[in-house]
Design a protein around this ligand. Sequence first.
Ligand SMILES: C[S@@+](CC[C@H](N)C(=O)[O-])C[C@H]1O[C@@H](n2cnc3c(N)ncnc32)[C@H](O)[C@@H]1O
Length: 254
Amino acid sequence: MRLTVTGNFLFKRLLHTEIAGNYAKQQPRNLKGRSKSSQEWLTRQLADPYVEKARMMNYRCRSAFKLLEMDDKYGILRPGDTVLDCGAAPGSWTQVAVERTNANGKQERAPQGAVFSIDLLHFHAVPGATIFGGMDFTSTLAQKRLRESLNGRQVNCVLSDMAPNATGVRMLDQESITNLCYEVLRFAIAMSAPQAHLVVKVWDNGDVPKLESNMLRFYEKVKRVKPRASRGDSAEHFLVARSFKGVPESSSKT
Ligand SMILES: C[S@@+](CC[C@H](N)C(=O)[O-])C[C@H]1O[C@@H](n2cnc3c(N)ncnc32)[C@H](O)[C@@H]1O
């Protein structure tokens, strides 16, 4: 469901009400026997308005609101678009992409899009999307399978919410997520339609400005975004790159 201007207004009001009201003060029960980190997680979930919103709107997780917000602001998903969702499990971005591209054909008068979603994990089907579960996006096999499924079709939007398993070693983790971003960028450059868009998740670190400037070689605009639904205590940001320019002459000769 695309939030209209009125819908957005009501949504903000609801969030405000939830944060200001009793909801934010709810305390989890039956915490006995749980570890401290599990207690903290439960408390945070209960105090988080996006968790309840996701449940009410049938999204598989709260992350849906990050993509909804970025799409509302930058208009990266349109009916009829072909979308690739990398790191898609449990599937809330895929749900949003299916709705907004009309990949499920629910909007009778709008063109029907297509969504291809891949994750290391197996996850439940999302009606309207083609799912590649249990596949590493960075593998040659996965990218071959994606190309075959696209069957010559160019992609209008590539999304990556991929995050590596954190080792706790800051430098290593930063390098891993940056490598994932470059892998996605490479695939997007090869498969994108003119004017296509790309969204990648980064953990704010010293590598991001270089990545940003590399993305700018191929896209008209690149914005660093922290959606409201992204937790304030997380280093997570997104780079939203709009309007794919194609491969510059100089790059294609190298
Ligand atoms: C934050 S979750 C994605 C949540 C998803 N956007 C949603 O809204 O449901 C990050 C996902 O990236 C996946 N991931 C990490 N590295 C990957 C890789 N190399 N190939 C495919 N998926 C990967 C993880 O398995 C994990 O499910």
